[in-house]
Ligand binder design. Structure first.
Ligand code: 13P
Length: 286
């Protein structure tokens, strides 16, 4: 059974201290290329969709693509809804068959966030789905969600209390990480991951993967970051591969869409393979 819950895919990685790459896809090509990389690397993988992607493609078409492309796949895969502040979209994706959701109520006061996260966990359990939670916004706007302001860090006690009260399966703390390109070298509070995991052994989600160094990834994965999010790098690779191919096509006056798709797909797949290698998920499919 290749489609697995977030709890299972992360439970395995957390125990063995490797990172499951969670790539944001935005169309059929990126989905197909990343799944192909997972098969080639024999790696588990999480496929994430932003709310923007769900709305632009439609949850029915998106889920149809997912079902068809993962039919008979040989590695564990899981479908996740990334940063979603909208309860209606959460309900829609859970009912459709997504395996997990990130309820992003980080702009709400912690009390209200906690109250609503409990409801989301209850709803998700009806579908055997998982929930990722957060109490601080991850800096940077991604697909229209979030803020460029750094959000106020909550105390360790508040964070632990939130995790215990809500029963979430994965927690995404702010540790100085940010979505998008880092403007300067990020100073990461990796000790915060260790403090949380020491108190409650649970998988931590590392957001803002684009631009972190191999050393930073490895250190954070060893501390318990079992889910590692990569979005901007997929977008950049996709756009730059298109641009390079189209410039060449224009110079040669040769216009063949399937060759464009092959070239872009190759670059996206290579990016995914590189991350699977760094995160230690290569060869970990069960
Ligand atoms: P990047 O866009 O920085 O890779 O972050 C991805 C992410 O955390 C998605 O939630």
């Amino acid at each position: 059974m290749p489609i697995v819950s977030m709890q299972e895919i992360l439970g395995h990685a957390f125990k063995e201290r490797y990172g499951v790459p969670a790539f944001n896809i935005f169309n059929d090509l990126t989905l197909e290329a990343i799944l192909a990389a997972a098969v080639e690397a024999h790696s588990p993988v999480i496929i994430q969709t932003s709310v923007k992607t769900v709305k632009s493609i439609g949850s029915n078409v998106l889920f149809g693509m997912w079902t068809e492309m993962t039919r008979n796949i040989s590695v564990p895969v899981s479908l996740h809804l990334d940063h979603c502040p909208e309860r209606a979209v959460i309900s829609e994706c859970l009912a459709r068959g997504w395996n997990s959701v990130l309820f992003d109520a980080s702009s709400m006061p912690v009390e209200e966030n906690r109250r609503q996260t409990i409801e989301v966990v209850e709803e998700a359990r009806r579908y055997h789905a998982g929930v990722e939670g957060e109490i601080e916004g991850i800096q940077g706007v991604e697909d229209g969600v979030g803020s460029d302001e750094a959000s106020r860090r909550q105390s360790l006690d508040v964070a632990l209390d939130f995790v215990r009260a809500t029963g979430i399966d994965c927690f995404a703390p702010a540790i100085g990480n940010a979505h998008g390109m880092y403007k300067s070298e990020p100073k990461l509070d990796s000790q915060r991951v260790t403090d949380i995991v020491s108190a409650i052994p649970m998988p931590i989600a590392l957001h803002g993967g684009t631009g972190l160094t191999e050393e930073q990834f490895k250190d954070l994965i060893a501390r318990g970051c079992a889910k590692v999010n990569i979005s901007t790098a997929v977008k950049m690779t996709y756009m730059q591969a298109n641009l390079a191919f189209l410039r060449d096509a224009e110079a040669k006056n040769k216009w063949d869409p399937p060759s464009l798709f092959r070239a872009v797909s190759k670059d996206v797949k290579e990016l995914a393979l590189k991350h699977m290698h760094t995160f230690g998920s290569e060869g970990k499919a069960w």
